[in-house]
Write a protein that binds this ligand. Structure first.
Ligand code: ZN
Length: 80
């Protein structure tokens, strides 16, 4: 599944958060995008992290009871 000009799964996964966050250089972003297009192993990771990122953004954009976010995060980390 890996072409010579394609980044490895490890590289793609290492860049995933920055990719979702829009922090990658255009070239790196394109590499991750190309990888996710063809790699069935990494795509579910991306899907999950993207959904998680969006959920965090929704939480951040509205008022919340004090401590809810850290309680949620520690629950997620405990489960992960
Ligand atoms: Zn992969």
């Amino acid at each position: 599944m890996t072409k010579p000009d394609m980044i490895s799964c490890a590289t793609a996964l290492a860049r995933l958060w920055a990719f979702i966050d829009g922090e990658l250089e255009p070239a790196s972003e394109a590499e991750v995008q190309a990888h996710l297009h063809v790699c069935r192993r990494c795509y579910p990771q991306f899907d999950f992290q993207h959904a998680y990122f969006q959920a965090m953004q929704r939480l951040a954009s509205r008022p919340e009871p004090a401590g809810l976010r850290s309680a949620t995060l520690s629950r997620i980390h405990a489960a992960g």
